[in-house]
Design a protein around this ligand. Structure first.
Ligand code: ADQ
Length: 472
């Protein structure tokens, strides 16, 4: 089998990959181990220009080479904090109101992508298959192509692809889509994301797109596809049971004193709908006095991107809401919302999911949302909790056993909490089984293998010789 080269913004270290890292890192590492190869990207360190130019730093683990570079402060500011997370992330999550656009940051984003591509070239072999991940690296493939690299190259977008009317807000939208067309395969999380991309190609790039994902635009031919990212459900179930008898989990159980438990776990991000969720829980307590003192919401939300302004704002808002609601409904021995900012070991999170009666996962917009899937897989099949899920998470397409909510509808979410808390065992089991069928069918291995099969199967001789009329 040909070697695989994975490129992602952050590269987990070999120890992280085997230990506490999420399923995604484990899944990608599995593919690398099978075919041998390289995992290339940013180390997460901000370093001086001279140190950055010494990289990449290489660490070997069996047949896999971890190759990482540090980023100088200016590059970090423009590429990561700036264009990636203050422009692309909000717009791709339909939050134009939170997006800022700065030409210099965009220039920095492209410059860093070219620089990264230049660093990666020396690691490449002629037959390598290259798999690039996520919005930070849209122009990476084009930068490699401009250096003469003709290898098979695929790109997977982990976040939503917005409808063209939203995307047009980013001034260089055409350059970004043109960059995507330099890959041989572009993968999306849901059919809606793929359709939005096709829509842009047809209506704004004078290109063509067929129902089976053949796209021609900007003088290139490529394949698009839907590859639903999943989890390994058995592994999650094993982690959830492993923690059952551990002290922390017993302590939590004891401290609940028989109260029902609602679990929410998200990165602290405005796309995750945390403020709306807190308000829904408040509404539930307001309308259901019999539940006051009898149900606790545990929200775990480790901060991310805390040097981006909008992230400081969401943190502030959430602390305010948690304090306000707790002030209103706490008793001497009862705190309705327990709000924590730490990261936890995976087994601990999964065991907490298993102990709970509801998984409340209500993003305003989410590419997929793996927490929703982990929640269901962690349940005790004999007495499962209920997943309450936003219709705007990519996972909503598959998790048909969930109670579906619109996260903008505070009353609707509050009613779903009430319904889930009093749902009979037979219905809970049926809903659990319905979702588990899909979790098994589309697990992480299927995601990885189907993307790579499509990429390896691409016919590289099919590129059009000349540009279709009208493309500039
Ligand atoms: P994220 O936005 O990070 O991912 P998600 O898919 O839910 O969202 O993945 C988060 C992961 O981090 C989960 O595996 C979760 O268990 C873990 N995690 C969260 N909080 C934690 C904590 N406190 N301690 C330890 N682990 C924690 C992006 C996209 C998603 C898409 C994924 C994968 O935004 O839409 O599903 O990539 O493609």
């Amino acid at each position: 089998m040909t070697r695989l080269v994975v490129v992602s913004n952050r590269v987990a270290s070999p120890t992280e990959t085997k230990g506490s890292a999420g399923g995604l890192a484990v899944g990608v590492f599995g593919a690398l181990k099978d075919s041998g190869g390289v995992w290339f990207g940013w180390s997460g360190d901000v370093v001086s220009d001279s140190v950055a130019n010494q990289g990449p730093k290489l660490e070997q683990d069996g047949a896999v080479t971890f190759a990482t570079v540090g980023l100088p402060k200016k590059d970090y500011d423009q590429y990561y904090r700036g264009f990636s997370n203050a422009t692309l992330w909000p717009v791709f999550h339909y939050r134009n109101d939170l997006a800022v656009y700065d030409r210099e940051e965009y220039a920095g984003y492209r410059r860093v992508n070219s620089w990264l591509a230049h660093r990666a070239i020396k690691l490449l072999q002629p037959d390598d298959v290259i798999w690039v991940h996520d919005y930070h690296l849209i122009p990476f493939g084009e930068a490699l192509r401009s250096e003469g690299v003709t290898n098979r190259m695929g790109f997977f977008l982990h976040i939503p692809f917005p409808s063209p009317q939203i995307l047009l807000n980013i001034p260089p939208h055409a350059e970004l889509v043109k960059s995507l067309c330099c890959y041989d395969v572009v993968g999306f999380q849901t059919p809606g994301d793929q359709a939005a991309f096709h829509d842009y190609i047809v209506r704004h790039a004078h290109g063509t797109a067929t129902a089976d994902g053949e796209v021609e635009a900007f003088g290139r031919r490529l394949k698009t596809g839907v590859y639903r990212i999943g989890i390994f459900p058995d592994e999650i179930a094993e982690q959830a049971t492993r923690g059952e008898a551990r002290q922390d989990v017993m302590d939590l159980k004891q401290s609940l004193e028989g109260r029902k438990l609602i679990m929410s776990v998200d990165r602290l991000d405005y796309s995750k709908g945390l403020v709306e969720r807190f308000k829904a829980f408040e509404h539930f307590l307001e309308k259901s006095p019999e539940w006051r003192g009898n149900v606790t919401l545990v929200q775990i939300a480790p901060p991310t991107r805390s040097d981006v302004d909008t992230y400081q704002q969401i943190r502030h808002n959430l602390e305010y809401e948690a304090g306000r609601i707790n002030g209103r409904y706490s008793g001497l021995d009862y705190t309705p919302i327990r709000y924590m900012n730490q990261r936890y070991d995976r087994w601990k999170l999964m065991s907490l999911f298993r102990e709970s009666q509801i998984g409340l996962v209500t993003p305003l917009r989410d590419g997929m949302n793996l927490v929703a899937k982990e929640y269901v897989a962690a349940q005790n099949p004999d007495d499962p909790g209920v997943l309450v899920l936003s219709q705007f998470a990519g996972a909503a397409d598959e998790m048909k056993g969930a109670l579906m909510v619109n996260p903008h509808d505070i009353v609707g979410m509050s009613e779903a909490i009430g319904r889930a808390l009093s749902m009979p065992l037979a219905e809970r089991r049926e809903r659990y089984e319905t979702s588990m069928v899909m979790l098994r069918k589309y697990d992480l291995g299927v995601w990885r293998d189907s993307f790579l099969a499509d990429l390896r199967g691409v016919n590289l001789n099919k590129q059009p010789n000349k540009r279709p009329a009208g493309n500039k």
